[in-house]
Write a protein that binds this ligand. Sequence first.
Ligand code: MOS
Length: 750
Amino acid sequence: MEIVGSSKIRKDAFDKVTGKARFVDDYKRGDELYAVTFRSPRPHIKIISIDTEEAKKIEGVAGVFTYKDIPGVNKVPLVFDDYPFLAEDVCKFYGQPIALVVAVSKEIARKALKKIKLKYKELPAVFDPLEAMKKDAPKIYGKDNVFRAYKIRKGDINRGFKEADVVIERTYRTNYQVHSYLETQGMLAEPSIDGSITVYGTMQCPFYVLDAVSNILGIPQSKIRVVQTTTGGAFGGKEDVPSIVAGHAALCSFLTNRPVKLIYTREEDFDSMSKRHPGWINIKIGAKRNGKITAIKVKYVLDGGAFATLSPIVLWRGTVHSTGPYDIENVWVDSFAVATNKVPCGAFRGFGQPQANFANESIIDELAHELKMNPLELRKKNFLDIGKKTATGHLIKESCGLKKVVDKITKISNFNKKWKDPQNKKGRIRRGIGIATSFYGVGLGAEGKFLEKAGAHVQIFKDGSVLVAVGNTEMGQGAFTVLTQIASEILGAPYEVVNIIEPDTTRIPDSGPTVASRTTVMSGNAIINACKILRRRIDGVVRDIFNVRGKVISKNGYYYAGGKRISYFDAVKECYNRRVKMAEQGFYRVEGTTFDRKTGIGDAYFTYTYSCMVAEVEVDIELGTVKILRFYSGHDIGKAVNPKLAEGQIEGGAVQGIGYALYENLVLEEGRIITNNFTGYIIPTIKDIPDDIRVVIVEEKYPNGPYGAKGLGEPPLIAAAPAIANAIFNATGKRIRSLPILPEKIVFQE
Ligand code: MOS
């Protein structure tokens, strides 16, 4: 291989660093209108009336729309259909959309917004998921406020605890995390000449947006075109919620017959868009003296917010991974996604795993402490490996590089020596080291398998340039670069002449969402399936020209066969002369994942990525501040298609994980977010992250992945917080069981 495995320059690098890239708010149509959103002023209300007459009278206002103006169905289509595009008789969270104002300028639209008169009655609200689960709690969803519950029952939990020499039980909590993408949510919708509608915007999942626009307008999907514009970060925050923004923009455009832009301010983005779920996790774990874990019992509660959105699926991923990358015979898990009167939570890098992983990897350290064992040795006694089974009973048969990753990371960090002998155990400034591990099911898994597919269209032009269309999106993660490399490798076309067009729902079949670290495997395989057909045709022409049989090899822009060579460009020209079909479709889908909802047993995902992180910290025990001195992050990803990009993903995940562990603190009062911008909500800057982030990549090939690749997008964040918490314990003897680890928690804990 010459292209796959080499660190090609990102396809989007030049446009992004020079400012040439156009984000949705950069598009100008000349005759566009601007929409703004009128939102619930309280966390739980019964709407008595919405009076829009005064607002409509303001000059320059083109329309004020409520649910009554929706020609289609007033439901955001997702796992459940509980979330209305615009509120009808109740609002369940502060900031829930009620009406839309469209005007010739943003300023006029905002002025008109203030003239909308809402009469309402306050309803009792509940903000804590454990409170919401109680019998007499205000009802937000169904009879019990539970959106979804899962369980895992493996082995005999009572026998497992009886066999244990040591049993401990602890409770952990995690707070929200905000995606902090630099580009806020935004859409531009415009009517097209044939009566259809086009929606441009920042998004991860064009096909979710397509479903949403079709729903709200009540028009066929073939009359809608959704195009992703350059997307300034997402991290899960542009998975489902762009459907709401797009639905609103499309509604306004449809009703005014004009292009309409809807761009969120930072504050309204904070107030109303999805977040990482706060989590509550209780774990009981038992082990033999020698460190073999005999039983684990987990209760996992996610604070879902006012509507279900993706909570059921986030909960499922969290549940399947909640006992960590360990082979444990007796497992009992109960998990719940619960409704509260707060902003709906959704997808965020790790998708239900970071919360559970913080608890699980913290209690492993606590167990090691009780057993007076080195936490690395305890982990090694229990790790998953080929021939071992996950919590859901999935027998690992291939591609498990966990031990390799752990060995490399602990070697380069000198973990054992530093852990045994933390420097500066006394005095104000103390140093320590901590470790955490994780595994990550690649793709949507058994509970999302009906979406697990992807399409690709590959076209080779007369001049040899290649255009690839895929249904998955680039959001900064490097997908288009990696996918280009795969196409280029198979076709034998130079990397520079292969390009990917922006995702467009009219060009490509539904490829599922761009989430769950699935794009390299899914779109990569779809591209391979298309390119293989094209390559076979080219090879046939090459053999024919040289009048030889046997294999055609591509290298450095040439095809070689029978001792002769022809350049890629000449070969393509010859294909055109012979009227060879030079465009092809590819499709890929995954079969075989299973999950039994009664027992929680099944082969939950098609493959897993394995990770290990080590943090070295310096703690000021008077101020409670934590400095990360060095951070080590290793991952078995099957194959690094582009090692530099993989390294970038891993470093980015470390930074986001450090923010989650130490700084990011969303504060709410009565369901309203107080820290709703970057002056109140602190994310790490370059000053807060270690100079030294060391990356390890292990390549245990996944046979069905493109060139053996698995997935990498999310794992680099997951184990960061527990590695840091464990390092703080190693340095100070203080065990912090809630995130973020704010200075006051360290100072005031005994
Ligand atoms: Mo992702 S958090 O599955 O967009």
